[in-house]
Design a protein around this ligand. Structure first.
Ligand code: BTN
Length: 261
C-alpha cells in the first residue's frame, strides 16, 4: 500500500486552515489515553472555542455507551471544544456526522451514510464513531466536546474484534489516505455547519437525507429497554420516530440501533 504523508503536527493542521476559530489552536500528542480527557480538562480551564485535541493513537479511547474505542496508529482521533448555547446542543450530533460524511467525500470521493444517531458507515460498515460530551447546568451549556474517531489507514483484518462490522478508508480504497487532509477538511466542515446553525440556517434536512436508517426495520437498545419497529422519520431535534407493529409511533431520543433488514 503506498503511504502518504501523515504528520498531524499543530503547524501542519493550522497552516492556512480556512477557518476562523475551529482548529486554530491544536494540542497534539503522539500517544494519549483519550483526547476526550484532555479536552475536558482544557474546557474546564476555558480553552478558546474551537481548540482541537488530537492524538496519533489512543490507548484508552472511549466510545458511546461506555464502550471501548480502538484507535491504533493510522486512525484519526480528535476532540473539539465548543461553547454552544443550549438551543444548538442537540444539533451537534447532526453537525458532527454530516461534517464527517462531507469530508470523506471531498477527500476520497467515497460515499458514506449515517446510522442514527451518529455512526458513519461505508457499504454498511462503520468507518467513524462520534462521542459528544457536554457540561450542562441549569439549562446552560458549560461546554460541549465533539469526539471523532475515523478509521483511516489500518487494515481491519489486523483487528478481528471489530472486523465483521467495521471498515477503514484504506480498506475501501486499497490505498492509504492523508489523515491530515481528512482532519483539515473536517475542521472546515464543522465550522461551516456550526456557523450555519448560529446564523439561523438548518442542517436537519441534509442530515436526515444522509441517514441509512430510515425506512428500515430496526432494533433500538437503550439500557435494558428494547424497541423494535420501522424507522419512519427523525424529528428536528434528532430523535428517531419508530413505527411499532401495533401501529403506534414511539419517539426514541437515544440508543444503539441494529439494522434488521
Ligand atoms: C462510538 O462510536 O462509540 C464513539 C466513538 C468515539 C471515538 C472518538 S476518538 C476521539 C475521541 N476520543 C475518545 O476517547 N473517543 C472519541
Amino acid at each position: 500500500m503506498a503511504m502518504v504523508e501523515n504528520s498531524l503536527s499543530p503547524a501542519s493542521i493550522t497552516n492556512n486552515l480556512d477557518t476562523h476559530f475551529i482548529g486554530q489552536r491544536v494540542i497534539y500528542y503522539p500517544s494519549l489515553t483519550s483526547t476526550m480527557e484532555v479536552a475536558k480538562r482544557e474546557a474546564q480551564c476555558e480553552a478558546v472555542e474551537g481548540t482541537v485535541v488530537i492524538a496519533d493513537e489512543q490507548t484508552g479511547g472511549r466510545g458511546r455507551l461506555r464502550r471501548v474505542w480502538l484507535s491504533p496508529k493510522g486512525s484519526l482521533a480528535l476532540s473539539i471544544i465548543l461553547y454552544p448555547s443550549m438551543v444548538y446542543l442537540s444539533s451537534l450530533i447532526m453537525l458532527a456526522s454530516l461534517a464527517v460524511v462531507r469530508s470523506i467525500e471531498v477527500v476520497t470521493g467515497l460515499k458514506s451514510q449515517v446510522k442514527w444517531p451518529n455512526d458513519v458507515l461505508i457499504n454498511g460498515r462503520k468507518v467513524c464513531g462520534i462521542l459528544i460530551e457536554s457540561d450542562v447546568q441549569k439549562s446552560t451549556v458549560g461546554y460541549a466536546i465533539i469526539g471523532i474517531g475515523v478509521n483511516v489507514n489500518f487494515r481491519l483484518c489486523d483487528f478481528p474484534e471489530i472486523s465483521p462490522i467495521a471498515t477503514s478508508l484504506s480498506d475501501e480504497l486499497e490505498r492509504s489516505v492523508s489523515r491530515l487532509d481528512i482532519t483539515r477538511q473536517l475542521l472546515v466542515e464543522i465550522e461551516r455547519l456550526y456557523l450555519t446553525l448560529q446564523t439561523g440556517g438548518s442542517i436537519y434536512e441534509e442530515w436526515r437525507d444522509s441517514l441509512v436508517t430510515l425506512g428500515k426495520r430496526v432494533r433500538v437498545k437503550w439500557g435494558k429497554t428494547i424497541h423494535d419497529g420501522v424507522a419512519e422519520s427523525v424529528t428536528r431535534d434528532g430523535s428517531l420516530l419508530l413505527r411499532r407493529s401495533d401501529g403506534s409511533l414511539t419517539k426514541v431520543v437515544a440508543g444503539d440501533v441494529t439494522l434488521r433488514d
